[in-house]
Design a protein around this ligand. Structure first.
Ligand code: GDP
Ligand code: IMO
Ligand code: MG
Length: 426
């Protein structure tokens, strides 16, 4: 029996979807614990591409049970669109998806406010996905939200929508110069969605804790990445949930002493979508080359991802706060054509050398990376399935990333497909 956690070690899009897909073969249950449809997890099976936003990536393996925990915020419209796409792709979901009644519901007004807020911020925008994530989590912590167990109680649902809209309408009209919403109309819309959601809602905490007692293997699928964590990321340029491994216990109702391995996913370089500090960012032709080779365009919004070198201090920070036991290193093949590569080992901040990220996040805004240069390997690693197939220069680079990260690399991904994977020690 094991409860293992997958967590992003950078700013998201590390390739978590692909790694969850590989590891889910040995797990009976796959569970999402935070975030919402801001996530875009890509899995490529036999050349066929699937992008999961809300549904755990385990859905792509027959018979696996998929859980969406209370820590996730659920947009029913987006969920149904995603399910339709899965069905069109030949994936059967019947009876395999269970959503916590405590998960909060994203309403259209949350998406409207997310977008209006960003527009109002102008230059100071966060660069959100516009999926209503921040406003929904704000309402949850403000005790104004709509958890899905309200769906079963008309009076409670109507009263909650009225209270919510009293505040939102004032914001919409007075702050965003938008139109007020009619609470009865919104109630009618939510009721219709609630009826469609009913078959999916179940006691996820019981399923997971019974699973643990019955000796089942459970894989917890993180979304976003460590540096986007609400508390431990580059605030305010973060998402609104707890993306670190600790979030799995909170967002699923699993006790911390039941967690087994924590597997961090990191790219062999770094990317970031949206605004915020990024010390190793490359704004030159090398960054553009990585963007093109890595096809670095967002799976959810299509936005170009900013690209840069691997950041050692970020990796060490992620290892420390998540308790990373093993690393899955992805997208090695993207670096195949580079003549030289850099790895950031420390930052220069006001004349001082800093090797670790501290709570003073303003450091990241001015940090000048200190690099160690490596020779490129200039041959293809794409599709490699054995460590012995890798060129020596790539092995040296991987060894150094491992040393910098202070955790062992156990998986190396060399392409998008399931098969393009090296599992070390096998
Ligand atoms: P996630 O959000 O962490 O699941 O990552 P995304 O799916 O948003 O982004 C990762 C992208 O890289 C996807 O398009 C994957 O298909 C792709 N990918 C994953 N691993 C590899 C790899 O080893 N090599 C290459 N070339 N692409 C990869
Ligand atoms: P996956 O799971 C990369 C970023 C957004 C923005 C910030 C806040 O695919 O790795 P939000 O809409 O969450 O309020 O936006 O977080 N962001 C992601 N970046 N991958 C993601 O998910 C992301 N989800 C949110 O770009 O900077
Ligand atoms: Mg993604």
């Amino acid at each position: 029996m094991a409860v293992n956690v997958i967590v992003g070690m950078q700013w998201g899009d590390e390739g978590k979807g692909k790694i969850v897909d590989i590891l889910s073969e040995d797990h009976e249950i796959v569970a999402r614990y935070q975030g919402g449809a801001n996530a875009g997890h890509t899995v490529v099976i036999a050349g066929k591409k699937f992008v999961l936003h809300l549904v755990p990536s385990g859905i792509l393996r027959d018979g696996k049970i998929c859980v969406i925990g209370s820590g996730v915020v659920v947009d029913p419209e987006s969920l149904f669109a995603e399910m339709e796409q899965l069905h069109a792709g030949g994936v059967k979901t019947d009876g395999r998806l269970v959503i916590s009644p405590r998960a909060h519901c994203i309403l259209p007004v949350h998406k409207e406010i997310d977008k209006a807020n960003e527009a109002k911020k102008g230059q100071k925008k966060i660069g959100t996905t516009g999926k209503g994530i921040g406003p929904t989590y704000s309402d949850k912590t403000g005790r104004l939200g709509i958890p899905m167990f309200y769906f079963a109680d008309d009076a409670k649902l109507r009263s909650a929508i009225n209270s919510l809209l009293e505040i939102k309408n004032s914001l919409l009209v007075n702050f965003y110069s938008a139109k007020a919403l009619d609470p009865e109309k919104v109630y009618g819309e939510v009721k219709a969605l609630a009826a469609k959601m009913a078959p999916f809602i179940g006691d996820t905490r019981k399923i997971l804790n019974d699973g643990i007692k019955d000796g089942k293997n459970i894989l917890c699928e993180g979304a976003q990445g460590t540096m986007l964590d609400l508390d431990h990321g580059t605030y305010p340029y973060v998402t609104s949930s707890y993306t670190i491994s600790g979030g799995a216990c909170v967002g699923l109702g699993i006790p911390p002493n039941r967690i087994g391995k924590i597997i961090g996913v990191a790219k062999a370089y770094t990317t970031r979508v949206g605004e915020g500090p990024f010390p190793t960012e490359l704004t030159d032709s090398v960054g553009q080359h990585i963007q093109e080779e890595g096809n670095e365009f967002g799976a959810t919004t299509g936005r170009a991802r900013r690209c840069g070198w691997f950041d050692g201090p970020v990796a060490r920070y992620a290892t420390e706060i998540n308790g990373i036991n093993e690393i899955a290193l992805t997208k090695l093949d993207v670096l195949d054509k580079l003549k030289t590569l850099n790895v950031c080992v420390a930052y220069k901040v006001g004349g001082k050398t800093v090797e670790r990220i501290s709570d003073d996040l303003s450091i990241l805004e001015t940090a000048q990376p200190v690099y160690r240069e490596f020779d490129g390997w200039n041959c293809s690693t794409a599709g490699s399935t054995l460590y012995s197939q890798l060129p020596d220069k790539a092995k040296l680079y991987i060894d150094f990333l491992q040393e910098q990260s202070e955790a062992a690399i156990s998986i190396i991904s060399t392409g998008r497909g399931r098969e393009a994977t090296i599992v070390l020690g096998r």
